[in-house]
Ligand binder design. Sequence first.
Ligand code: SF4
Length: 272
Amino acid sequence: MEWCNDNGRKYWEYVNECEDSSIWDYLKEVWETMKQAVERGINTEGRLPGPLNLARKAPTYYVKASGYKQSLQSRGLVYAYALAVSEENASGGTIVTAPTCGACGVMPAVLYHSWKAHDMSETRVLHALATGGLIGNIVKQNASISGADVGCQGEVGVACAMASAAACQMFGGSASQIEYAAEMGLEHHLGMTCDPICGLVQIPCIERNAFAATRALDANLYAAFSDGMHRVTFDRVVQVMKQTGHDIPSLYKETSAGGLAKSFSNIIKTKL
Ligand code: SF4
């Protein structure tokens, strides 16, 4: 942020300085893959693999949302896009780990919705993607993006921080507003446990991606209303997330031995 402020530059320009020129072709490929996952997901009906017998929801959310007036439609479409990609992941489809498979629906939903509803250029999307990627890398470097290590705050929480920053970049936020959006995206997921039922990345993961995508858009809006000033910095919340993650018992870190997974294990055994 200091570099951006001192040089009058954006986060994506920092990425551009640090990477070689192939980064933009790579991000194009990432964006294409995200787009395809959204479009496949909203057009594929059926059941997800595994004993939970969950039906795919994205196509229904998409169709229903399309029939509403603008503000409800907008929210419903974001849900649909996030569900689409997370359901693709649950079915073994090709997705982008952003930052992980379990949290793969958040970034595409926010980028796809902003691109489509606001007629954004591809360049704008790529700059947003670079900004979100930078945020994800900061967490990966200084804390963790692994549910097994720090719980779901490190997966869906980080995806939300990345998407919050990406949305804020897309809609013209300043360096401090973008940092604030990312900070809120992570702060309000602090302590979130990882307790997937049957060890499958389905419940609570899929729905959680949809909520985090709308929360990222809220973080962008909240930051846009502010002047970017705030007490808790993104770097600090990353440290808190790491410490909180290490304080969380292993029951709640991808072992499926506690929480939702434990409470549903007997019901599932009876069904099987
Ligand atoms: S609950 Fe666990 S498996 Fe599911 S998305 Fe979160 S971290 Fe990943």
